[in-house]
Design a protein around this ligand. Structure first.
Ligand code: DON
Length: 564
């Protein structure tokens, strides 16, 4: 996806642009690459790589850049997950997911209305009570301390400059800002940069002076610049003024965690992905097992048999997700059982390519005994061969819509990712139970699936996307597109996606995916088809046979992969 830099970036950034190209240019041998949701963020990351920084340095710079140029999802008021692979083959993950505040409790979104218990949908989605304790800044500092090779300040300064001087919004961003105006107004009584009297239009400049000040604090004091001092004070004051419950003690106690990755095998490829509290890795390994077992590769891509078989696998995997997955520090996640080959073989054995099972007839799997375990994604590979895959979020577009007064950043509405009541659907229609109920300090279950794949012990692919519950299935289908259907990276990203998540019992399909006949055939066997304009905003990197990198940046968004 090409981008008109000259019109949209300020001079500083333009100066070094002529040497970088969109990575869909097949003839160039790229050795370092950044694929992200916004051209300025990709450029800032690329600059770090070109100046000798490694993939982790670039990741930190891109994360902060997205908090400025992609405020609907990029963040310092949210959280996320990183999966990494070093050039020596070492792998790991960092969980910087938000936590439920200490004052949260299981039924905090349930009201007793004249003797009847009713979920108040709104409070977990918008306003001060919707926010979990942010993890992003702690996460970036942890990454820095373990892997960084450059000065911290260099990773913040480009973003501070863009926040201070402003950047030109894209057409998609202008539409998004106009759409969110009323919700932003409903929870912010101070002036915020996302709101102006007239409509936003492409090319308008968004300046975020308060956010620049906050980033300055983080530049000066790292973790303490956010979780202590002025910014923490502003955050707590904001909470108190709007009925929120995050306290200084929550901020003091927040800590991101290094966790073991989920590892799976798919046709000689090693899948390295995120474990609980994300459901992504386990679900992805289950899905890939299903595709291999049922030999979906033998069907034409996106044909009747392919779509139905994949949807049947997806439905069973999401039924497991609803019952068995939650924060492993609070709930005994049966991780080994869920990815056990015998369990999975049995679970998928009854699937038929031409029969749709009603979701009421699909239950979560059971095991013997108990075991004693609007988002954005970016992928980076550096010239040394290190790879980083990060998905980060404030959940819905613009999160809780609350902008911290004086500090200029948006807070997440991640509390909605908990199961607020057993069986009650969240904003993505996902249901859950005890495993994902609200408890103080617990992390809400996620679908984020940052993933890295090895082939013959070498780095092969870095993948990920936003999309709520559809994240897992978009990552799954993109991997199948490359490995089973020999698509190149961009083709695999561009390719139309579909999604089934057990409940609700509907097949979500991107517009213009199905012919009338295919649509009729799927409806005939019981699928309820719901069309969606787009699914996912993938940012991926593929290592070709000759070792060069190919980016896959989603044209559904303003995403771009830049290499050198
Ligand atoms: O963690 C999760 O699964 C969700 N909070 C992700 C939200 C998301 O992807 C929204 N973007 N489209």
């Amino acid at each position: 996806m090409q981008y008109n830099f000259k019109k949209s970036l300020f001079p500083l950034l333009i100066s070094s642009l002529l040497i970088s190209f969109s990575c869909n240019n097949h003839s160039k041998f790229y050795k370092g690459m950044v694929s992200s949701a916004h051209p300025i963020a990709s450029k800032i990351g690329l600059d770090v790589l070109q100046n000798g920084g490694n993939a982790f340095d670039a990741a930190i710079a891109v994360h902060f850049a997205l908090s400025v140029v992609y405020p609907n999802a990029g963040n310092i008021g949210g959280g996320g997950f990183m999966v990494y692979r070093l050039n020596n083959g070492d792998i790991g993950t960092l969980d910087f997911r938000e936590k439920a505040p200490e004052k949260s409790f299981r039924d905090m979104y349930i009201d007793n209305v004249e003797g009847e218990l009713k979920v108040d949908d709104k409070r977990s989605k918008i306003g001060h009570l919707a926010s979990g304790v942010p993890g992003s800044v702690d996460g970036m500092v942890k990454i820095y301390e373990k892997f960084s090779s450059v000065e911290w300040k260099n990773l913040l300064e480009p973003s501070i400059k863009v926040a201070k001087e402003g950047f030109r919004v894209t057409e998609k961003q202008a539409i998004g800002l106009n759409n969110v105006k009323e919700s932003l107004l409903s929870v912010n009584d101070h002036s915020i940069p996302f709101i102006k009297d007239e409509q936003w239009k492409k090319g308008d400049i968004l300046i975020q002076k308060n956010l620049a000040k906050t980033l300055e604090e983080i530049k000066k004091s790292k973790r303490d610049g956010f979780y202590k001092g002025t910014v923490a004070y502003q955050l707590i004051k904001e909470m108190n003024s709007g009925g929120g419950i995050i306290t200084q003690s929550d901020l003091d106690n927040y800590s991101s965690l290094w966790r073991d990755p989920i590892i799976g095998l798919f046709k000689n490829h090693k899948i390295i992905s995120m474990g609980p509290p994300s459901s992504g890795g386990i679900a992805l390994v289950q899905l890939l097992h299903g595709a291999e077992q049922l030999e979906t590769k033998n069907y034409d891509h996106n044909s009747f048999e392919y779509i139905n078989t994949i949807a049947e696998i997806e439905s069973r995997v999401y039924a497991d997700r609803a019952s068995h997955l939650g924060d492993p520090d609070f709930f005994n996640v049966p991780q080994k059982s869920l990815t056990n080959q015998n369990y999975l073989s049995k679970r998928f054995s009854k699937i038929k390519s031409n029969i749709k099972t009603l979701s009421v007839d699909v239950k979560e799997g059971s095991f013997n005994g108990i075991e004693s375990d609007e988002t954005t994604h970016f992928s980076i590979v550096d010239k040394y061969g290190n790879a980083v895959s990060i998905t980060t979020t404030i959940n819905g577009g613009y999160g809780s819509k609350v902008v911290v007064e004086g500090a200029g950043f948006l807070l997440n509405n991640e509390m909605d990712d908990f199961s607020v009541k057993p069986g009650y659907p969240n904003m993505f229609g996902l249901v859950g139970g005890e495993a994902n109920s609200i408890e103080p300090n617990k992390r809400m279950l996620s679908s984020m699936t940052p993933t890295i794949i090895e082939k013959n012990d070498k780095l092969f692919m870095v993948v990920g996307t936003p999309g709520g519950s559809t994240i897992i299935t978009s990552v799954f289908q993109t991997i199948l597109n490359v490995i089973d259907y020999n698509m190149d990276m961009q083709e695999a990203v561009d390719s139309k996606k579909f999604h089934h998540q057990w409940l609700p019992d509907v097949l979500i399909v991107e517009e213009n995916t199905l012919s009338d006949k295919l649509s009729n055939d799927l409806t005939q066997i019981g699928h309820k088809i719901v069309k969606r304009k787009t699914l996912g905003r993938m940012d991926c990197i593929l290592v070709r046979e000759d070792g060069s990198l190919e980016g896959g940046a989603d044209k559904r968004g303003d995403n771009i992969a830049l290499g050198y």
